[in-house]
Ligand binder design. Structure first.
Ligand code: MCA
Ligand code: AMP
Length: 472
């Protein structure tokens, strides 16, 4: 089998660039990236997953590519994940090695990472089977700790190829973004996509309007919070308007932000929709319509259906709302070690149930209306399970009861609010200490932005908390 059928075909077989990847000012040529990645991969001792401390650095890119070239599944770990979250991810994934600075208490071997390393003689990329797991991404569910989503190289390749088609993404492109390197958006689309296509990628370290404006490119990726901040910085919006495509995803792009970007940048953004479990399934096309509030058409190879309560398809009238289900080669292989949860997320006839509510019009354009569960919150584009934050807060002796909800936020889309019934005295100090507790126990982005103390939580006759009654 030739390397050109590899997931990273554009890197292995593409133009061979002096500046293939740049992350926060560190540049790697294609040759240097392949050499350092092969050297890293050669140091991995077995087929068990390697955990990568996924800072926004060139080292992270080398480690992820190294795992992929060695045929070893990669588990990106958020760099600010607290000890509880790191322990869970390592235990759950069965990782047998760690790349990056050693955290306290880690008992795995640390695999050295050297950007200047030469490939060991005779080393060559492994070509895993299309159904072999390449990445395990941890993502929140409505309850419990995050689940490992197993993504095969075949699913990732199919998803990326659909976007290449929809966005007319080519070797000529330079992709710019500053998104985290531990989720689908920043890592799979934002790094592996470029390495599959053979385009350049520039990671700005953080996704600020100033950094985007200072980094020339032809495609810019952002979550809606990023675009909303760009819209508030007209100079930056005008500067990146020179690009070919501005792409928004991971959460709903508010129509006023869409309009503001269109006005300032001189081009409307492309909106697309996806999930960790499904890759990107719906998108506006580069050569097609871009409509505020709508996320476009299924990408090549993907099928969708929108079902009413009774299981029939809702009319494609743009108004009727139903459950969005997805089918196609882009789907994940399963939740690691959770066959029952995996089975429960599919219908009997093999469609993945996204948990999102949608409408579809006669032209096939989709509109995402919301989520079925109030317990999955999207804040700054991050998916955060209310149950996980509640469990973290309940570990504090001052917390007798807690209910976590998402409230509308002009910057973050939703912000996390924790309603707490306290054991003992309350006040700002306790509120701040609970926020800090979650930020350090889990990850910073999972911290409540607000803690509200209450004497009791609204419950139904069965004792279940009625979160809808906590809505503002
Ligand atoms: C504040 N900070 C704290 C605390 N309070 N740290 C610890 N404890 C506290 N109590 C600090 C943080 O350390 C950080 O400092 C600073 O405050 C700001 O942090 P944060 O509030 O998290 O950042 P932000 O500026 O509000 O972030 C907005 C953002 C971010 C940059 C847009 O939310 C982001 O990167 N989102 C992207 C999410 C994403 O990629 N999702 C894709 C999922 P310091 O400066 O040191 O950091 S994939 C997906 O959804 C699918 C597949 C799809 O469709 O794409
Ligand atoms: P994640 O698993 O972090 O990938 O989050 C997936 C969820 O993000 C989806 O189930 C949607 O609820 C939401 N999402 C992603 N893209 C969009 C979008 N363009 N519009 C609305 N919601 C989105």
């Amino acid at each position: 089998m030739s390397p050109s059928s590899h997931l990273l075909s554009g890197l292995l077989d593409g133009p061979g660039r002096a500046d293939a990847v740049e992350v926060a000012g560190t540049s790697l040529s294609s040759e240097q990236l392949v050499s350092a990645a092969l050297a890293f991969g050669a140091r991995l001792s077995g087929p068990e997953p390697v955990a990568v401390h996924a800072t926004p650095t060139a080292e992270t890119v080398v480690a992820v590519v190294g795992g992929l070239l060695a045929g070893v599944p990669v588990v990106p770990v958020p760099p600010d994940a607290g000890p509880g979250e790191v322990a869970h991810v390592l235990r759950d994934s069965g990782a047998s090695a760690w790349a990056g600075p050693r955290p306290d208490g880690l008992d795995l071997p640390v695999v050295p990472l050297d950007l200047a390393a030469s490939a060991p003689s005779g080393a060559s990329p492994d070509l895993p089977a299309a159904d072999a797991t390449s990445l395990i991404l941890y993502t929140s569910g409505t309850t419990g700790a995050p689940k490992g989503v197993e993504l095969s190289s075949g699913a990732i390749a199919a998803g990326l190829d659909g976007l290449v088609d929809a966005w007319q993404w080519s070797e000529e492109d330079t992709l710019v973004h500053g998104l985290p390197l531990f989720h689908t958006h920043g890592l799979i689309l934002g790094v592996l996509g470029a390495l599959r296509v053979g385009s350049r990628v520039r990671h700005t370290g953080r996704p600020t309007p100033e950094a985007y404006a200072a980094t020339p490119g032809s495609m810019y990726f952002g979550v809606p919070t990023v675009w909303s901040r760009v819209a508030a910085a007209p100079g930056a919006a005008r500067a990146i308007g020179r690009a070919r495509l501005l792409v928004s995803g991971s959460a709903p792009l508010p129509a006023p932000v869409f309009e503001a970007i269109a006005g300032l940048a001189g081009q409307a953004p492309i909106e697309r929709y996806g999930m960790t479990e499904t890759m990107i399934t719906l998108s506006a096309r580069a050569d097609g319509e871009r409509r505020a509030g709508w996320v476009g058409l299924p990408i090549t190879g993907v099928e969708t259906r929108v079902l009413a309560e009774d299981g029939s398809e809702v009319p494609a009238d743009g108004e009727s709302i139903g459950r969005l289900e997805v089918r196609g080669p882009v789907l994940f292989s399963g939740y690691l070690g959770r066959p029952e949860t995996t089975a429960a997320s599919f219908t009997r006839d093999g469609w993945f149930v996204t948990g999102d509510l949608a409408a579809r019009d006669a032209s096939g354009f989709h509109r995402i209306v919301g989520r079925e569960s109030v317990d999955l919150i999207k804040s700054g584009g991050y998916r955060i399970g209310a149950g996980e934050i509640e469990a973290s807060l309940l570990a504090r002796p001052e917390v007798a009861e807690v209910a976590v909800v998402g409230e509308p936020d002009p910057d973050l889309g939703q912000r996390i609010v924790a309603w707490v019934v306290a054991e003992g005295p309350t006040g700002d100090d306790l509120a701040q200490s609970l926020v800090d507790h979650v930020a350090h126990d889990l990850s910073r982005h999972k911290r409540p932005r607000e803690v509200r103390f209450t004497d009791s939580l609204p419950r139904n006759a069965m004792g279940k908390v009625q979160k809808k009654q906590l809505a503002p």
